[in-house]
Design a protein around this ligand. Sequence first.
Ligand SMILES: *Cc1c(COP(=O)(O)O)cnc(C)c1O
Length: 432
Amino acid sequence: MKFYSTNDTSLRVNLKEAVINSLPKDRGLYMPEEIKLLGEGFWQDFENMSFQEIAFEVSQKLIAEAVPPEELRDIVEQAVNFDAPVHNLDKHLHILELFHGPTLAFKDFGARFMAKLMAFLTQSDEEPLTILVATSGDTGGAVASGFYKAPGIQVMILYPSGRVSPLQEKQLTTLGANIKAFEIEGAFDDCQAMVKQAFLDEDLNHRFRLTSANSINIARLIPQSFYYFRAYQQLIKKKGKLVFCVPSGNFGNLTAGLIAQKMGLPIKKFIAATNKNDVVPRYLESGQFQPRESVATVSNAMDVGNPSNFVRMGDLFGNDWVNMKNQLKAYAFDDEQTLRTIDEVKQKFGYTIDPHGAVAYLAAKKYLLENPDDEVVILGTAHPAKFPEAVKKASGTSPQIPARLAQLTDLKKESILLPADYQAFKDKLMSL
Ligand SMILES: *Cc1c(COP(=O)(O)O)cnc(C)c1O
């Protein structure tokens, strides 16, 4: 399987290049050159397959000969080692819980698969790989956990001092081994700017073989299609009526759903749910794609003003607005509605939902008013314990912290404290 750039479909690279480069030079995004339908054999066995078997079959279709089947099976078994259960919330409304991985968010699927795949692709390379990543909180934890002890790979994470939650900080700074945390006295934007500059720095590129674990990497996208199949397997009786409602920021999760649909998964429609960062809902209204500065909300992992995967969605819909509008509904909600919904879901169903899931719940409800016979699955992208302040504010009670998160509080933080100054960061890296 080759991968093309959305900016130039005649440019083709192999899997290793797509994964290690992350971004094509022309600043498009990589897409598989062919998204094939799963065969009859797959569907015959489907109901009895384990999640790992599904993941293997789906990834093999998207990666093909780039990884031999035995190795791909290993990668999938190590990466997808926790389930994605469907919880029935209400009549016609379900939540697919994607937060049972080590860092309690769906990003574990992408980060774990990418880590195992990168380690495989570079196993016979002499020079080790150095992953540089800036985080505002969630991505860093998933990447740190996914790459922990990955052979031949070291990870350097930059995070803004005092601006990630205490638990998030522990997730970044307590692993040790091949994971290094740089605590930057500045904002997330400073961290991101330093990472960007490092990629362009000749001295650093001479010293380290740098790569990124960016969310637009194709290796993070592919595993996000697995759990749409797993959801369908659990709701197979609702065949023909299934609609997926995806709380969206950079739209990677939704794009992965579109890929699953293209592989033959019978999905009736998609709903994109956003907070006030509503560039995509506005686009579906008007046909105009107008990126804007992001605004801060309580569903902060969706605070994106220029969703990077939008070009992939365009590509999948033949860059046709009408086509996209027919397949995709989109709704946006504000913080007040989100907080009220966290409380409402708790009162009505005794279920604690996180702020991102609450935005999706609102969108699903709105859709069901117009389409009362459909079955909506909202994607539960994070465990509520990751957002204790918002949940407490909304419902008056703090979410229960799962044991594996709680135990982090006793571990010792180890970070390298630096000013938000590129030269200081570079000097430090060169001295390592
Ligand atoms: C990253 C994230 C999202 C947004 O996902 P995209 O693929 O960027 O649209 C939603 N919810 C949570 C909890 C996240 O961490």
